[in-house]
Design a protein around this ligand. Structure first.
Ligand code: HEM
Length: 374
């Protein structure tokens, strides 16, 4: 009997220790089960170690849901709903932005530079071969009024604003690649910031000049048979002493006029769409019209896509027009003797006028150009 009491006590101690250890072990297992199965696992009675439970994946590091399809859709630009105005925030990733950026910083910028260098090289070659186009008969020292003050004002309003818009626009496209190294970062930042203001506000001066020039000159720019003859003779540009007859504007000038008017209109509209973002959609509607004549362009565009297309179109047309205008500036200044006076004081030498715009002189003076005096 004396040995029974310690034996019971030892057994009780062992039982107690085992119970406590077992209790602790069970509590721990339950906690693990709770944390690995989340809400769905809780109380479901399923063994979490068996893997996915009702679509929920064990493990807490990557979240509880397998959301591959959801993220794939977001990467492809799926549109959700947000209460913020405009609903733009409902799209987390706008994939077309990648294409836009690649086009803007890639081909658009690259071919723009090649175009600019190309026209400068062409003009240099032309100048080397042909030299300055002289007044064949020499100056007569008599003048005739070519453009009145309103016409010159209109030209310089359009031209002055275009040149500043062109330079500030080129800075937006190319400035950051080299200007910070040339003028320093802070000067570049100030230049770009002021340049952007100039670009935004002078756009309206350009539009005003464009409209005024259109009104003043459109009647003189309707194509006719004389233009065809002028073009067939290459405008006399490549042969000294031969000047095909021309009216107030020759065919080359008429082409320039229409390029400036249509290109200028296009730059203005796309520029307004960029100035007032997400308010002037125009590409989807234009594409719908183009599809009627056989194109297959998208007609469902988000406002962000509209803006990206407006930016690309704006820079492409502006670059093309700048390239054309470099040629115009050349011929209106160093390239041709006596030409600048037309837009300078408005008076051109009579011999210059007879050689380049014989029919216009005839009409203006009311007699044959050969006896024209002013
Ligand atoms: C900045 C330097 C420029 C110079 C030196 C210049 C010079 C001239 C001259 C001399 C004429 C008259 C040609 C004639 O008597 O037959 C002219 C006309 C004209 N200019 Fe300019 N221009 C310049 C810039 C521009 C710009 C930037 C534009 C348009 C954005 C432009 C558009 C026109 C148009 C449409 C005409 C009438 C058609 C023509 O004569 O070709 N000009 N320019």
């Amino acid at each position: 009997m004396r040995g029974l009491v310690p034996a019971v006590l030892v057994l009780a101690a062992i039982y107690g220790a085992v119970s406590i250890a077992g209790g602790l072990w069970l509590t721990d297992r339950a906690a693990v089960a709770q944390s690995t199965t989340g809400e769905a696992g809780a109380g479901s009675g399923e063994d979490p170690s068996s893997g996915k439970v009702k679509g929920f994946v064990p493990g807490n590091t990557l979240g509880n849901n397998s959301d591959t399809e959801l993220w794939r859709a977001i990467r492809r630009g799926a549109q959700g709903n947000v209460s913020a105005p405009g609903g733009q925030g409902g799209q987390l990733i706008q994939s077309e932005g990648d294409n836009w950026r690649a086009l803007r910083n890639g081909p658009v910028s690259k071919y723009g530079v090649w175009g600019m260098l190309g026209i400068i090289a062409l003009l240099a070659i032309f100048f080397a071969i042909r030299g300055r186009i002289k007044i064949d008969a020499g100056r007569s020292n008599q003048t005739i009024q070519r453009f009145n003050a309103v016409e010159r004002f209109s030209h310089w309003l359009m031209a002055g604003s275009f040149v500043i818009l062109g330079l500030t626009g080129l800075n937006l496209l190319y400035g950051r690649y080299f200007l910070p190294d040339v003028v320093g970062k802070s000067v570049f930042a100030a230049l770009t910031s002021w340049g952007k203001y100039a670009h935004n506000y002078l756009a309206f001066a350009f539009m005003a000049g464009l409209v005024l020039s259109f009104v003043l000159w459109v009647v003189h720019n309707i194509p006719n048979g004389t233009d065809l003859r002028w073009l067939l003779k290459g405008g006399g540009l490549f042969s000294k002493g031969s000047h095909p007859p021309a009216e107030k504007f020759n065919a080359g000038q008429k082409i320039l006029f229409w390029l400036v008017m249509l290109g200028g209109l296009s730059i203005s509209l796309s520029g307004l769409a960029l100035l007032f973002p997400f308010e002037i959609p125009m590409f989807a509607k234009t594409f719908a019209v183009l599809n009627v004549v056989g194109f297959d362009l998208p007609t469902e565009l988000s406002m962000m896509q509209e803006t990206q297309l407006a930016q690309l179109w704006h820079s492409v047309i502006a670059l093309v027009l700048m390239i054309v205008i470099v040629g115009h500036i050349y011929i209106g200044s160093v390239g041709m003797e006596g030409a600048f006076d037309a837009m300078g004081n408005g008076q051109v030498d009579l011999n210059w006028a007879r050689e380049h715009h014989g029919l216009w002189v005839e009409k203006t003076l009311g007699r044959a150009p050969s006896d024209g005096n002013h």
